[in-house]
Design a protein around this ligand. Structure first.
Ligand SMILES: [Fe+2]
Length: 126
């Protein structure tokens, strides 16, 4: 059963979807069940994926990794999301951009910060 804000990926075509209306028994893409993405919280070795949150003047800055993550054609951070009680805030990124984003949200409102790497999947802060 799907739940609000879960992310699913099709392992055939790479389609990624986010649940905005929960309760479906399953999601199917390319005639196969989609994989529910489980966010990882620790890299082995250098932290290249776990989002790091910094407070800035008008809210927060989220950087992906304490070591900057690659932003290459096939391996890059596709989006960064900040979840609060009321909203999901998402910044979409492209190869060549810096893997970070600013959000006008007080740090105290954060429930979770997560990001999606095209190769290594979903990651969140602890
Ligand atoms: Fe990666």
């Amino acid at each position: 059963m799907t739940k609000l804000r879960e992310l699913y990926r099709c392992n055939i075509c790479g389609n990624v979807v986010e649940i905005t209306h929960e309760g479906a028994p399953a999601l199917v893409c390319c005639n196969q069940p989609m994989e529910k993405l489980k966010a990882k919280t620790e890299d082995a070795g250098e932290e290249k994926h776990v989002p790091v949150v910094e407070e800035v003047d008008d809210g927060i800055k989220v950087k992906v990794g304490t070591v900057k993550h690659p932003m290459e054609e096939k391996h890059y951070i596709k989006f960064i999301e900040v979840l609060t009680k009321e909203k999901v805030h998402r910044v979409e990124l492209k190869p060549g951009q810096v893997p970070e984003a600013n959000f006008c949200i007080p740090k105290s409102d954060l429930i979770e910060v997560r990001e999606f790497c095209t190769i290594h999947g979903l990651w969140k802060n602890k």
